[in-house]
Design a protein around this ligand. Structure first.
Ligand code: SF4
Length: 79
């Protein structure tokens, strides 16, 4: 599965790292590291993390389409 975290939204609450530790990890107090190509077996954990994120920063591309989701463009665009 492909996923992206909109780092402009992410506030480092770490709910995702708690619920899906194989996919998300906090680096220091605020920086979030994550696997943008998480294994399919992690989908349930990721779904919990998506639901728990207080700012809806996690977007999962359920269809695995080739199009780049809008959130990816936003997250990777210039800041
Ligand atoms: S739960 Fe949401 S706000 Fe918190 S670290 Fe994860 S993506 Fe960021």
């Amino acid at each position: 599965m492909r996923l992206v975290v909109d780092l402009n939204r992410c506030q480092g609450y770490a709910q995702c790292a708690f619920l899906a530790p194989d996919v998300f990890a906090m680096h220091g107090d605020e920086a979030l590291l994550y696997d943008p190509h998480a294994e399919e077996e992690r989908r349930e954990d990721v779904a919990r993390a998506v639901a728990a994120c207080p700012v809806q920063a996690i977007v999962v591309d359920a269809d695995d389409r080739d199009e780049t989701p809008r959130a990816v463009r936003e997250a990777t665009g210039e800041r």
